[in-house]
Design a protein around this ligand. Structure first.
Ligand code: HEC
Ligand code: HEC
Length: 92
């Protein structure tokens, strides 16, 4: 009987420790720092397009041969606007 109680006690302590660790991990996640879509003339047309529609045009300038190639260490670039968010209400 006594052994059983100890096991339950340890399980409870472990549970609390794991929860605290998870909470700390989520709490200390870094803030979102990825650059937003600029709101200049080059990008104005994309502010009010459907995302998938807009993303078809990014490569025209953001490709190795374009005027603003992506950095060599750029992460996988599928779906630009999921990472480079558009400012809410910009370009109205
Ligand atoms: C007509 C050419 C052109 C098109 C099309 C274009 N861009 Fe750009 N983009 C530029 C130029 C030039 C710069 C660098 C100067 C600047 O910040 O505006 C730039 C800069 C950026 C930056 C960097 C912003 C920063 O703060 O450093 C991001 C992110 C970006 N573009 C995303 C996109 C996405 C996503 C699309 C497609 C929806 C797109 N661009 C389409 C020309 C273009
Ligand atoms: C998985 C997320 C992700 C996707 C998808 C993505 N990017 Fe990026 N992009 C980043 C990160 C992270 C950086 C690093 C610099 C930063 O903080 O903006 C970056 C940097 C850039 C820069 C240079 C910004 C600067 O300050 O010099 C441009 C331009 C850019 N991305 C355009 C694009 C375009 C165009 C697409 C779609 C073809 C795209 N990105 C898709 C995450 C992403």
């Amino acid at each position: 009987m006594k052994k059983n109680k100890n096991t339950i006690f340890i399980a409870n302590v472990l549970f609390v420790v794991v929860c605290a660790g998870l909470f700390y991990f989520l709490w200390s996640a870094p803030p979102e720092t990825t650059a937003h879509l600029p709101t200049d003339d080059d990008h104005a047309p994309f502010l009010h397009m459907k995302k998938k529609e807009a993303e078809k045009h990014c490569g025209k300038c953001h490709s190795p041969k374009g005027i603003a190639p992506l950095p060599a260490d750029h992460p996988p670039k599928y779906r630009c606007l999921f990472c480079h968010k558009r400012e809410q209400g910009a370009g109205m």
